[in-house]
Structure formats: structure tokens, C-alpha cells
Design a protein around this ligand. Structure first.
Ligand code: AMP
Ligand code: MG
Length: 484
């Protein structure tokens, strides 16, 4: 295990040096073997579960690791919190994977820091396993995401609504720089740190950017916007609702981070919200693009002083990038939906055709994942084709014409649909059932079985069928919590 910590060189303003707080009885519950192998950290640990539990509970730091809690702030539900930061997480270092890409290794639930505010610095086991399962599912769905290396139980209960078993989850991300990290320095008017952060972020994530001083911030903004659009389009492809898209939860790498109250859409309705705290639907499924633009506007504001000393001139430069957002998003979004329907090319009239389907799905309360799976299968299943025609009416016939009349065209459409439409997703009721089983039994069997299926979301395997069912109550009563 070769640790380094390039973030430390940014200086004291960026973090607090703080050690994790030891836990009484660390026990390794989950270990992501494939990820460990990819990060080249398996060998030195030599299947030593005791050592893994020591390292990934924070009881002991691996050689070369240096523990810091990062400073950031953020807009939470539209309101600025000037000081957030890692209140229960420790970045213990970075490792290079087999392709020489740099990844942060971060412990979460590892004890209080200067940024804890009223929090206890701890994490309950349920949310830790949830993050493990959801991030693993997203990774195999081919959505950019952070991942989890380990979950270690601590032997120490944490106090939530009731006492819950405690855990430390190890998160692996290509960095933990957030929109909120830029905001932290921008609102303090600390231009030197802001410049250092921009250079660091460009170097680490977007080395292709021309580093000429006058336009690097603009190029950076442009590429971060493009990455966020790509990310949210991918979320919407698989039916993911992040649930808490505060600016401190938006990674500038374009990866999904922070799985607190996330959920998957069942019945298609853009207004779907499951998070208990999102009472106004700010982070509803269909509002995710609008919020992304809002978040990118906050990033743009931070970058203004780096673009020009004349604020008006700087605004004139970034404004067109934000004005283009909706058009760029729509283009990517409809292309994604076209691919889900097996259409390789998309004309403006196709957008109307696609929007018509979404309207039917919403009105008839159809399951998002199930419908696209059925459409794919109906290409060579006449029975299913008849059923869909009943459901979708003349739209279905028009789609059949679109998707091609020659067998060759149908084959092309089908292949495209199979790579874009998962046949299984981490449905909310299954996630909850699995979490409950793990908490009750203290073992990982239920999660392991679920993960085996979730690691093959585009190809049916023996047990896929056990996880495809839609929830009995259409998730009417489903509610997620931040898990803090
Ligand atoms: P989140 O909603 O998980 O993105 O967290 C928002 C902020 O609250 C971050 O600064 C977290 O570090 C902090 N936080 C969340 N839970 C805790 C906790 N149990 N103890 C201390 N800080 C926490
Ligand atoms: Mg967060």
C-alpha cells in the first residue's frame, strides 16, 4: 500500500490535521476485493482481516498515510452554510491504481473533527452498508461514482433515533474537491487559496486544460459543466435520485458522491422525491438538471475573481456558458433517451416522440426500468409486443417503425437498448430488505447475494429475477433519511 497526500501540500487553510478516534472493537464486515486489487493495496494486506479492520476503522494508520479533515462550505437546500467540512471523515491519503490514476482514500464515521459542529463524528452501520451497495451498483451501471473499499463495524453504538451499531466506511473517490471547496475560499475572499485550488483541480482532473492564466478558470468551468451534465444524464438514464444535491455534495470530478438519502425511481414521475428533508421537492428526479445549473452558477460565481478584476467583464465571460446549459443538457438528455429506445440518430421531431412516451408513462404510472426492459424484449417477443401495444397505443407502432423494419436494423436497435437499459437496479424495497437482514444477522450474506446481481445489471444471471419485482405499494410510503 503506497500512500501519498498531494492535498496536504495545499497548506493549512485547506484542512485540519486530525487523527481518527479509535474504536473499541473493529471488525471487518465488507471488503471490496476487486477494488482493492485495482488500487494495488491487496497484496500488502495479505488477507489479514485484523489488519484491514485496524486500518479501515482508523485505529491504525498505514505507512505513509496522513490524516486530514477537509475544509469546505456549501449551499444546503439553497442556503449558504459558510463552514461545513469533513465533520466525520478523515482523508488518510491517496493511492495510484493500476492505470496510474490517483484516488483519495477517505474514512467516514471515523470520529469528530474541527468541522463536526453538533455531530458526533460517527456513522451508523445501515447508512454505511447503503453507501457500499448503492455506489457499487452505480459503478456497474457505468455511472461515474465514488466507491467503497471497506465497511468496518466499530463495536460502539451510535445514538440516532435509537441506538444503532456504528461503522466506518472507506470511500474511494478520484478526489473530494467539491463546488463547496471553491465556495469556502471565495466567500472568505482568499484569492491565493482559490488560485491554488484551481491549479490543483486542473492538474488532478483536467490536465488537458490550457493553463494560460487568463482563461484557465473559464476552461475549467466549461469542462466541469460538461461533466455535470454527463453525470446527471446518466443518473436519469438509470433512474437515480441523488436526494441532496447541495453544493458541498457536488464533486468537481463529475463523480456521484454522498449517497445519504438517494433512491431509485419506480413509477415514472419527474416529481418523485423520497428524502424526508426535501419537503419542497428541490431535488426531485426531474429537477436534477435545474439544480445542476443552479450549482454550476454558484461555481461560476466563485471563479469570477480569477477571470477578471472587473467583475462585470468576468460575468460577461461566464454568462454564455451558463446560458448554453439548458440546450446542452437537452441535447445530451434526448440522445440518452433515444439510445434507450434503440435510436442511433435523433432529429428534432424525435424529441417530441420521446416526450410523448414520458407523458404516457407518467399518466399510466408505468415503472421506468420495467418499461424499457419490456420494450427491448418486445423486439423479439410477439406476446410482449401485443401487451405493450395495449399499454402504449399507437405510440408503440410508431416506435416499431422508428426502430427499424429490417432484421438488421432491429438487431442494431436491440444491442443499443441492451447496453442502455438495465434489467435490474437497486430497487428501494430490496435495498431496505437487505440492510435490515445485514443489521439483524450481523453477516453480509443478503448483501453479497444482492451485489452479485447488481454487478451484472445488463445481463441476466441466475438470481436476477429475485430482484426485478416492482414494490407492492409503488414506493408510496418510501422515505429516505440523511443517515447522519
Ligand atoms: P452530508 O449531509 O452527509 O453531506 O453532511 C453535511 C455536513 O454535515 C458535512 O459537513 C458533514 O461532515 C457533516 N456531518 C454529517 N453527519 C455528521 C456527524 N454524524 N458528525 C459530524 N458531522 C457530520
Ligand atoms: Mg456531504
Amino acid at each position: 500500500m503506497k500512500f501519498s497526500n498531494s492535498y496536504i501540500h495545499l497548506g493549512d487553510a485547506f484542512y485540519q490535521r486530525v487523527l481518527p478516534t479509535s474504536v473499541p472493537k473493529p471488525e471487518l464486515l465488507f471488503w471490496n476485493d476487486k477494488l482493492a486489487e485495482n488500487l494495488q493495496i491487496n497484496e500488502s494486506l495479505q488477507n489479514n482481516a485484523v489488519l484491514k479492520a485496524q486500518f479501515f476503522s482508523g485505529n491504525q494508520l498505514p505507512a505513509g498515510a496522513e490524516s486530514i479533515a477537509l475544509a469546505y462550505c456549501g449551499h444546503q437546500f439553497g442556503h449558504l452554510s459558510p463552514q461545513l467540512g469533513d465533520g466525520r471523515a478523515h482523508l488518510i491519503g491517496e493511492v495510484l491504481d493500476q492505470k496510474n490514476h490517483r484516488f483519495d482514500i477517505q474514512l467516514k464515521g471515523s470520529g469528530p473533527t474541527a468541522f463536526s459542529r453538533q455531530g458526533d463524528g460517527r456513522c451508523a452501520l445501515g447508512p454505511a452498508i447503503r453507501e457500499y451497495i448503492m455506489s457499487e451498483a452505480m459503478y456497474f451501471l457505468a455511472v461515474p461514482t465514488s466507491r467503497c473499499l471497506a465497511v468496518v463495524t466499530t463495536g460502539e453504538p451510535v445514538s440516532r433515533e435509537t441506538l444503532k451499531p456504528g461503522a466506518v466506511v472507506t470511500r474511494v473517490a478520484s478526489s473530494h474537491i467539491r463546488v463547496g471547496t471553491f465556495q469556502y475560499f471565495a466567500i472568505r475572499n482568499d484569492i491565493a487559496s482559490l488560485t491554488a485550488l484551481l491549479d490543483y483541480a486542473i492538474n488532478r482532473h483536467y490536465p488537458e486544460i490550457n493553463i494560460a492564466p487568463e482563461n484557465k478558470a473559464v476552461q475549467f468551468l466549461e469542462v466541469v459543466i460538461a461533466k455535470q451534465i454527463a453525470l446527471v444524464v446518466e443518473w436519469m438514464r438509470v433512474g437515480f435520485i441523488h436526494g441532496v444535491m447541495n453544493t458541498d455534495n457536488v464533486a468537481i470530478s463529475g463523480e456521484t458522491i454522498d449517497f445519504g438519502p438517494c433512491a431509485m425511481i419506480g413509477i415514472y414521475d419527474p416529481h418523485t422525491v423520497y428524502s424526508s428533508i426535501d419537503t419542497k421537492g428541490r431535488y426531485a428526479f426531474g429537477n436534477q438538471p435545474n439544480i445542476t445549473l443552479w450549482n454550476m452558477t454558484r461555481l461560476a460565481e466563485c471563479l469570477l475573481p480569477l477571470i477578471s478584476n472587473d467583475e462585470k467583464a468576468a460575468i460577461a465571460i461566464v454568462e454564455p456558458l451558463l446560458m448554453q446549459f439548458s440546450q446542452q443538457f437537452e441535447h445530451a438528455y434526448f440522445k440518452m433517451l433515444a439510445n434507450k429506445l434503440g435510436l442511433t440518430e435523433i432529429a428534432p421531431s424525435d424529441q417530441i416522440f420521446i416526450a410523448e412516451l414520458l407523458e404516457i408513462m407518467k399518466n399510466k404510472r408505468l415503472d421506468y426500468t420495467q418499461l424499457f426492459t419490456d420494450l427491448t424484449q418486445s423486439l423479439d417477443d410477439d406476446n410482449l409486443a401485443h401487451k405493450l401495444k395495449d399499454k402504449l397505443g399507437d405510440w408503440y407502432d410508431r416506435w416499431k417503425v422508428y426502430s427499424g423494419d429490417s432484421q438488421e436494423n432491429i438487431n442494431i436497435a436491440k444491442a443499443l437498448m441492451q447496453t442502455n437499459n438495465p434489467i435490474v437496479i437497486p430497487r428501494n424495497h430490496h435495498v431496505e430488505k437487505v440492510l435490515k437482514a445485514c443489521e439483524e444477522t450481523g453477516n453480509t450474506q443478503a448483501a453479497d447475494d444482492f451485489l452479485t446481481v447488481l454487478r451484472s445489471p445488463y445481463n441476466e444471471i441466475a438470481n436476477t429475477i429475485h430482484y426485478q419485482d416492482v414494490p407492492m405499494d409503488d414506493d408510496r410510503n418510501y422515505c429516505t433519511f440523511c443517515g447522519t
